[in-house]
Design a protein around this ligand. Structure first.
Ligand code: AHM
Ligand code: MG
Length: 337
């Protein structure tokens, strides 16, 4: 007799989304369909990302496809994949994407109850060098689904996010999902069955970590508070300095911070007075996920989720991580500004 160690009843993302719907008897299944569309988009993007290396080795990048069109860059392909997949759900009234200047109104679904913001492929400087990249999204319910949809629908307090998540295309593909009043679950793609399996249920960030993550090459332009904070983790009183880890892909840097604890920072500086990262599809979704996992997220002075963006591509400085490190950083801002 052969015994194979196998779980014949895993919790898959598909099942988990269906279970959430069943737990809420009033749910019409709209969010279920949207999440299914996102799941498909992430699987598709994962597949494209995995092929990117090999197609450039074979000289396919920059060549033409069967219709004679030039091949598109992979972040544009990811954007098309997300838009097409979400269109099919027919539950989204409009979307904001890092790749689209204006809001994108969905033909035929204008009365959809939900809107979504996403960065289809974040960490573009890492695409060509085989370093982890990811997708990020946040979903809101429209305040009034009968009114015409506009950019104003997106300019809301971050606490009003219904659901947010990211997908990391790393040594494996993992999708992390956080729902309002719920928890943060991490699912790992099992390519052989084509579904995400719940591998890290109810993620909790450590109360304190020992890693800081920032582009320290910008330190010449930092303000005194951030300089002081970074000095303090490098020259601590207990003689046990922090490690520095900086991938340069927000999804990877935040994912590691959630698992190991510590702090991820993208400060404002004298060269970039608003920082680099965008509120709607980078900073707010990651802040929402981190808070639900027991962590904190601030711009140095204010809770990030209490920020109301004034325009859809607005940037904000951000500090995301364990409660301990965030309070140390706030103390630096309180005393030095
Ligand atoms: P992108 O949207 O153009 O890819 O830029 C966002 C990325 C983030 O993933 C990452 O945290 C940051 O840019 C890194 O920026 P820098 O190279 O300035 O350190
Ligand atoms: Mg981005």
């Amino acid at each position: 007799e052969i015994h194979i160690p196998i779980d014949t009843n895993p919790v898959t993302l598909t099942r988990s989304i269906m279970m959430d719907q069943r737990r809420n008897p009033d749910a019409k299944g709209d969010l279920t369909q949207i999440l299914n569309s996102i799941m498909l988009a992430c699987k598709f993007v994962s597949n494209v990302v995995r092929k990117a290396g090999i197609s450039s080795l074979y000289g396919l990048a920059g060549s033409q496809n069967v219709q004679g069109e030039a091949q598109k860059p992979i972040d544009i392909i990811a954007n098309d994949i997300f838009i097409n997949s979400l269109k099919f759900s027919n539950k989204i009234a409009a979307l904001v994407s890092e790749e689209e200047d204006k809001i994108y109104i969905m033909g035929g679904a204008e009365s959809g109850k939900y809107i979504i913001a996403f960065d289809p492929l974040d960490g573009s400087s890492n695409i060509d060098v085989n370093v982890s990249i990811g997708s990020i999204f946040a979903i809101w319910k429209r305040p009034d689904a009968s009114a015409p949809v506009s950019a104003r629908d997106f300019l809301r307090n971050g606490t009003e996010i219904e659901c947010a998540g990211y997908c990391i295309y790393g040594s494996s593909t993992q999708l992390v999902l956080a729902t309002k009043n719920g928890k943060v679950d991490c699912f790992t793609l099992d390519n052989s069955i084509g579904d995400f399996i719940l591998t890290h249920p109810n993620m909790k960030i450590p109360e304190r970590g020992h890693i800081y993550s920032v582009n320290e090459g910008n330190s010449l332009f930092w303000d005194p508070a951030i300089t002081h904070f970074v000095d303090s983790v490098k020259h601590p009183e207990d003689g046990n300095p922090y490690s520095l880890r900086y991938v340069g892909s927000m999804v990877s840097d935040v994912h590691r911070t959630l698992l190991y604890g510590g702090i991820f920072m993208y400060p404002a500086d004298s060269k970039s007075p608003h920082g680099k990262l965008r509120l709607l599809y980078e900073v707010l979704p990651m802040s929402f996920i981190t808070e639900l996992a027991g962590g904190r997220a601030t711009d140095g002075k204010r809770r990030l989720l209490d920020t109301v963006p004034e325009h859809i591509h607005q940037r904000s400085p951000c500090y995301i991580g364990s409660p301990y490190e965030i309070s140390q950083l706030e103390a630096a801002y309180a005393s030095l500004t």
